[in-house]
Ligand binder design. Structure first.
Ligand code: ADP
Length: 883
């Protein structure tokens, strides 16, 4: 069992198909995860990457705590079930299931008990002798499942396992797979294009489209809170009804108007509190969604209803689906698909026929809204921003019933606006992100907690101030009714006037830098050495330092070798070392021959001794096995005898009881009942007896199997250790004959390995990447360089990148860095930014917002540096997020 984690996973096939983009998700140990989406959306590719059958282009894949990107499929401890079963046709069911275990040299009796266990779970016991061709699709798939569970994998992968089966079989196999998962509690990852399968099987479901995650959530949340129109339409049958239109807020109500119907629906704003306020202006095109089960039929003339012209019905027994078109009041015979509506009712209403006009309302709590173009939900579960009506004067703002002082930078924006428009105040909207509020003891604003909503583990505060509900993410859960004080991060606040023009522009969460990566060699070669002398020097220093480090290691290796050589070389060999080669050789050979004879003798003795131990172990194992078998036989015998006795006693007692009853009771009805009872006892007696026996025998069988495999495994381990001892002794004998030559040869091997490592280290030292912005290069880190190389190989140097830097990741330098000039200090009260401008690689002037202490005076020329490890790095060509 294991968790599976994907971090920014991409798959680009040779030829350029981007099958999977930026997939980040964590599947918990033991979860049943379903990947669902239309054909070609990248489900199988994702599964195959987890299995190791497909290389990962960029990103990291973890199984448990281990990164497995480069691990062979066979080492990943996974099992996979495919839609086409992949059984061996010439083998029986038993052989098919046993095959993998045989390959792993599991003892036959253990294989047998395991196969019987799996066959029992999957209802295959009767079919063990059949060959696949004599079986139905469902049965074959059960065999494939059996084979997979016998591998006892950490993660079970299933690629559309039921898609070759007919609808009825699919439904029953679905239940079996769910049961199997409950029983095994292994992590299951299951791919299907069938949303019903996904919704019924998954603990959580990943909906994919075009290689991208659309939503990863529980089936319930997918149904109740779809993140976009695609998910809303994909989940649920029949598909959700969609209509295009507009939302307009008027006072405390919101009016929904439709492109293709003249009626309007009016809802209380309280029902739409989470709708992104930008969409309530009647100008943003939206899509309204409602499922067929959330449409009601009402009498003609009911306010807030839509006329629907009925087209046809489907009467399905327990329910009726009515197909019609909205806009019926305006146009005759509409056929436009965008007016189509499906309504689900328990039964067809009286008198409703083809071409009838009926009236429908929507359940407001189950009506969904999407941006018409992006198709994203405009009712996020965690609203990003809160829009407040405000009145702004030169240095103050009226917000949520309070009057607050504005910080200097906001005053600048407001002042410029007021002057340009010759105003002293204006009305507008302040957009404040939910995480731009912080709870404080002494805040600027007071609010009351309405409730804390748990959105998939994140506590979202619903607060109220001056009668207005708004949303704050503060990482805490608070009781309804609690009073809180809030501070506002003004650098994140945007203010528009009533015409929608920007007055105050917030600072984005990251500064953006475009640039390239270069390596040491590039900078060394050509003109760049001249352009970046300090940079080239720095790289050269790295290589020189690396060289020095490895030279020192080489010296130490050599010294150690000489010292060891001296200490292990016997004196009689040493005496020969001074002699000229032609004299030394015969004497040396002679010495070796003598020592060899002696060593051989010792070795033989040792090996004999070990072989004896092996024989003893084998004999002991045989005896233990025989003993276990005898014990088992006796246990089986005892179980049978006890069971027979127990049930014989039971039967005798029941018969006696019954006779006694007949003798002492006269009432016919009572006797009749007692007789029925007795007959039931008599009829089920054999079954009960057999069941009890079977249970007891199964238990004993398991204990026996367990003990047997323990004894055998222990014996195998002991023998393997002894055999290793023999090999070690042989090697040791070889070494002891001529330690001098032996060590020299060993040293050669060591040197070759060492040289390889040194070369790789030097290459790495020279490969330190630099991220170039304008004239300056930031050194990368080994971790980042490693990720880039892993993602793109040497193509890393031919691409362009976007680096997004958080404001608090900057430092200033007096000598090196991106050349910039301080424009101003943006004073947002608690936070003060140095606003700097610099020229990027394209020669364009850009701005950075640096959250640093001791901001230099405007006009000062500075060098800026940032911590690249805290930044986000995206390759801009394919849009691959690499870090
Ligand atoms: P699904 O399983 O959701 O149907 P796949 O993962 O099989 O989708 O495919 C995702 C995309 O990748 C599709 O556009 C498909 O054509 C493409 N694709 C799949 N396998 C390969 C391959 N070996 N070479 C090139 N493109 C592939």
């Amino acid at each position: 069992m294991a968790s599976v984690k994907l971090e920014h996973i991409y798959k680009v096939y040779t030829g350029g198909t981007k099958a999977v983009s930026d997939l980040t998700m964590e599947m918990k140990d033991g979860e049943f995860i379903v990947l669902v989406g239309p054909s070609g959306c990248g489900k199988s590719t994702t599964l195959r990457m987890i299995a190791g059958l497909e290389e990962i282009t960029a990103g990291e894949l973890y199984i448990g705590d281990q990164i497995v990107n480069d691990m062979e499929p066979k080492d990943r401890d996974i099992a996979m079930v495919f839609q086409n079963y992949a059984l061996y046709p010439q083998m029986t069911v038993y052989e098919n299931m046993a095959f993998g275990l045989k390959l792993r040299h599991v003892p036959n009796d253990v294989i047998q008990s395991k196969v019987m266990w799996a066959a029992n779970i999957l209802g295959l016991t009767e079919l063990l002798d059949r060959k696949p061709k004599a079986m139905s699709g469902g049965q074959r798939q059960r065999v494939a499942l059996g084979r997979a569970i016998l591998r006892d994998p950490k993660v079970m992968l299933l690629d559309e396992p039921l898609s070759n089966l007919d609808a009825k079989l699919r439904a029953s196999m679905r239940t079996e797979i769910a049961k199997l998962h409950q029983r095994l509690k292994t992590t299951f990852i299951y791919v299907t294009h069938d949303q019903t399968e996904a919704m019924t099987l998954g603990d959580r479901v990943l909906v994919m489209k075009g290689g991208r995650m659309q939503q990863f959530d529980t089936p319930k949340n997918l149904y109740n809170y779809p993140d976009n129109k695609f998910v809303a339409g994909f989940i649920g049958t029949p598909q959700m009804n969609f209509f295009d239109g507009y939302l307009t807020k008027t006072g405390e109500n919101v009016i929904i108007s439709f492109d293709k119907a003249s009626e309007k629906l009016e809802l209380p704003f309280a029902n739409l509190i989470k709708v992104n306020p930008a969409y309530l202006d009647g100008k943003h095109h939206v899509t309204i969604g409602v499922r067929c089960e959330h449409v009601q039929i009402v009498p003609a003339g009911t306010p807030n209803s839509l006329a629907v012209k009925v087209n046809h019905f489907e009467e399905l027994g327990a329910e009726t689906l009515i197909y019609g078109n909205v806009g019926a009041a305006d146009v005759d015979n509409i056929t436009d698909a965008s007016t189509g509506i499906i309504i689900r009712l328990p039964a067809k209403p009286e008198g409703v026929e083809h071409d009838s006009i009926i009236y429908a309302t929507f359940d407001v709590d189950h009506t969904y809204f999407f941006d018409c173009d992006t198709e994203d939900s405009i009712v996020p579960r965690i609203p990003v921003s809160n829009a407040f009506s405000v009145t702004v004067r030169a240095d103050q703002i009226d917000l949520l019933g309070a009057t607050l002082n504005l910080p200097a930078k906001v005053r600048d924006y407001v002042g410029a606006y007021l002057t340009a428009h010759s105003l002293t105040e204006f009305n507008g909207t302040a957009n404040i992100p939910n995480d731009a509020f912080t709870l404080a003891d002494q805040g600027d604003l007071a609010a009351t907690v309405v409730r804390t909503e748990d959105v998939n583990g994140t506590p979202l505060l619903h607060l109220n101030a001056a009668g207005r509900t708004f949303f704050v993410l503060a990482g805490v859960t608070l009781e309804a009714g609690a009073q809180v004080q809030l501070k506002i991060d003004w650098s994140r606040v945007g203010i528009n006037d009533d015409a929608g023009d920007h007055v105050v522009t917030p600072i984005a969460a990251f500064d953006e830098y475009h640039g390239v990566f270069v390596n040491y060699k590039t900078v060394q070669g050509g003109g760049s050495q001249i352009r970046y002398p300090e940079f080239a020097k720095m790289l050269e220093d790295r290589v020189v330092a690396c060289q020095a480090e490895w030279d020192a290691k080489a010296n130490k290796l050599e010294e150690d070798f000489q010292r060891t050589l001296d200490s292990v070389t016997p004196d009689e060999f040493k005496a020969l070392l001074d002699q000229p080669a032609e004299q030394r050789k015969p004497a040396w050979d002679q010495l070796v021959a003598e020592r060899k004879a002696q060593a051989q003798e010792e070795l033989t003795l040792k090996i004999n001794e070990i072989n004896e131990q092996i024989a003893k172990t084998k004999a002991a194992t045989k005896q233990s096995v025989a003993q276990l078998k005898a014990d088992h036989k006796k246990a089986v015998h005892d179980i049978k005898a006890n069971n027979a006795k127990l049930y014989a006693d039971l039967k005798a007692k029941e018969v006696a009881d019954y006779k006694q009853f007949l003798a002492t009771n006269k009432d016919r009805d009572t006797i009749k009942r007692r007789r029925d009872e007795y007959h039931i006892f008599r009829d089920t007696f054999a079954d009960q007896k057999n069941n009890a026996l079977e249970q007891a025998l199964k238990g004993e069988e398991m204990v026996f199997d367990n003990n047997l495999s323990k004894v055998k495994a222990e014996s195998k381990r002991t023998i393997a250790n002894l055999k290793k001892k023999i090999a070690d002794s042989k090697e040791e004998a070889k070494r002891s004959v001529d330690p001098y030559t032996y060590l020299i040869n060993a040293h050669k091997g060591e040197l070759a390995k060492f040289d390889k490592e040194r070369k790789a280290a030097l290459y790495q030292a020279g490969l330190i990447f630099f991220f170039g912005i304008g004239e300056y290069r930031f050194p990368s880190t080994p971790v980042i360089s490693g990720k880039l190389i892993q993602g793109l190989g040497t193509r890393v140097f031919t691409k362009n990148y976007l680096i997004e830097v958080p404001h608090d990741a900057y430092t200033l330098s007096e000598t090196t860095g991106v050349q910039a000039v301080v424009n101003e200090v943006a004073d947002y009260g608690e936070r003060k930014f140095a606003v700097v401008s610099y020229f990027d690689s394209n020669g364009e002037e850009k701005k950075g917002y640096l959250l640093i202490d001791n901001i230099p005076a405007p006009g000062t020329h500075i060098f800026i540096n940032f911590d690249i490890t805290r930044s986000r790095i995206t390759e801009t060509g394919m849009g691959i997020r690499l870090y």
